[in-house]
Design a protein around this ligand. Structure first.
Ligand code: UD1
Ligand code: CA
Length: 471
């Protein structure tokens, strides 16, 4: 949906005092992403003409953290209420089209809910003529416990008449369970005039945006309400308690989506997705795995318990055993990784590679069928096909100043406990004797070793302990 002349204003100037944090509230993270970034993603999905963000507390840290040149940032100092906040955006809003007001601390509103609200504001429902821009559309919900929220006051005929803030509400108004989520679509033609008329003669001495509702009714506009499909869509964050609750709700939703796509989750309440997880068919994920950034799992991939994958691709048929960490890496088909493997950025493994326990691989390419199954460090290396890297092998890639490359060609066998001092090349078909320190390139197809020759001393006696008291 691309609504011509849709502006979006995100109110994000709140202090967030109850977070008890130095970080501005809207920069606290839900599913690994700042609250404000969630709202922005939703806003962008609506393809508006302009997105304007009202920020306050935290000064420039908020625009710096988001860093997007296409956004219009307006600082609101001091903060005199939601109406005052929107007033700051007025120079950037035209007199045609409409403005959608969102909140920087309400992260999970769905795009389709807002599309419904925008369509309503555009006069597609209700009594207004199509596109007349004569409808004020509010997103409202019914709550069993409405305390703290502005109440939607309706006439006897059921028409919305006003929003009354709790602190200003009469006893009977406080019984109203339909509340204002704060999210609304306002016709720009009226917005300027209404905001200039706002007054702060209320309980909180603030300029309430909600006062535009009564003004709209007075000016003969339709005021309509749309409702979100889910209760969590309009939950705002004021404290770490609420942040943790919404995180769980969001993770539950993400897990539910995966189950619906046919992914097997050992326990949908024990998975955390902080980004995008794309899965093929018959993927199985054990408990307590974390997926960050963009992770892609091919058909039949199995991820063992307690594994963490970040910005990684794992091709079909590969199995990640428990407690493995994979970051910014590509894993080919039918690989076996872990348990306790660490695959670091810049690594790409071809098909059928085995990386076993306590093996760290960094910035290396390993070709098909090669194995490093135990206790190794492979850094800045290019490893050929069908290579066997013995237990405890280390590529010594760092000389204290610079990093150097190790090249291991096809069909090499590296004996256990070998140090390969980079830069060095182990040629095709080489065998390295266990315990060697390799400082020079090796010739192909030969056994190379560097270690003291074994000897045995005949007649040698072990020392014995002297009896007590004897000198
Ligand atoms: C507001 C609504 C209330 C609604 C509730 C939903 C008004 C007057 N009241 O009340 O009807 O039920 O939200 O949560 O609008 N903000 C600014 N600048 C300001 C003041 C607020 O940017 O000067 C931002 C805050 O960062 C926050 C949002 O606006 O994201 C709401 O402000 P808040 O003070 O929490 O409003 P409520 O009193 O909760
Ligand atoms: Ca609030």
């Amino acid at each position: 949906m691309n609504i011509p002349k849709l502006n979006i204003v995100i109110l994000a100037a709140g202090l967030g005092k109850r977070m008890h944090s130095a970080l501005p509230k809207v920069l606290h993270r839900l599913a690994g992403k700042p609250l404000l970034a969630h709202v922005l993603d939703t806003a962008r999905a609506l393809s508006p003409q302009k997105i304007c963000i009202i920020y306050g507390h935290g000064g420039e840290t908020v625009p710096q953290a988001i860093a997007d040149e296409t956004l219009t940032w307006v600082q609101q100092v001091p903060q005199l209420g939601t109406g005052h906040a929107l007033m700051q955006a007025l120079p950037y809003l035209g007199t045609e089209g409409m403005t959608l007001v969102l909140y920087g601390d309400v992260p999970l509103t769905r795009v389709d809910t807002l599309q419904k609200l925008i369509a309503m504001g555009d006069g597609e429902t209700g009594n207004a003529e199509m596109g007349r821009g004569e409808t004020l559309a509010l997103l409202t919900v019914e709550l069993t416990n409405p305390s703290g929220y502005g109440r939607i006051v309706r006439s006897d005929a059921g028409k919305i008449a006003a929003i009354v803030e709790e602190k200003d509400a009469s006893k009977s108004q406080r019984h109203i369970r339909e509340i204002n989520t704060g999210i609304m679509v306002i016709p720009n033609r009226w917005l300027h005039g209404w905001l200039h008329k706002l007054e702060n003669n209320n309980a909180q001495k603030e300029y309430y945006l909600t006062d535009v509702v009564a003004m709209a009714v007075k000016d003969g506009l339709d005021v309509e309400a749309a409702h979100p499909g889910h209760g969590w869509e309009t939950i705002g964050i004021n404290s770490k308690v609420q942040l943790a609750e919404l995180e769980r709700i969001h993770q539950h939703e993400s897990a539910q989506k995966l189950l619906e796509q046919g992914i097997t989750l050992a326990d949908p309440s024990r998975i955390d997705i902080r980004g995008q997880l794309v899965c093929g068919r018959d993927v199985e994920i054990d408990i307590n795995c974390i997926f960050e950034g963009r992770v892609q799992l091919g058909d039949g991939v199995k991820v063992g318990a307690h594994s963490i994958l970040k910005d990684a691709t794992v091709a079909a048929g590969s199995a990640i055993a428990p407690f493995s960490l994979i970051e910014s890496a590509e894993i080919g088909k039918n690989c076996r990784i872990g348990p306790y493997a660490r695959i670091r950025p810049g690594t790409s493994l071809d098909n059928e590679v085995h990386i076993g326990n306590f093996v760290e691989v960094k910035n290396s390419a390993i070709a098909a069928g090669s194995k490093a199954n135990h206790l190794s460090y492979i850094g800045d290396a290019v490893v050929g096909k069908s290579v066997n890297i013995g237990a405890g092998t280390i590529t010594c890639n760092y000389d204290g100043a610079n990093k150097h490359q190790t090249i291991i060609e096809d069909d090499v066998f590296v004996g256990s406990d070998t140090q390969l001092i980079a830069p060095v090349k182990v040629a095709q078909g080489s065998t390295i004797g266990a315990g060697s320190t390799i400082t020079k390139d090796t010739p192909p197809e030969m056994l190379t070793l560097s270690r003291a020759r074994q000897m045995s001393i005949d007649g040698w006696k072990r020392p014995v302990k002297k009896p007590k008291g004897q000198k």
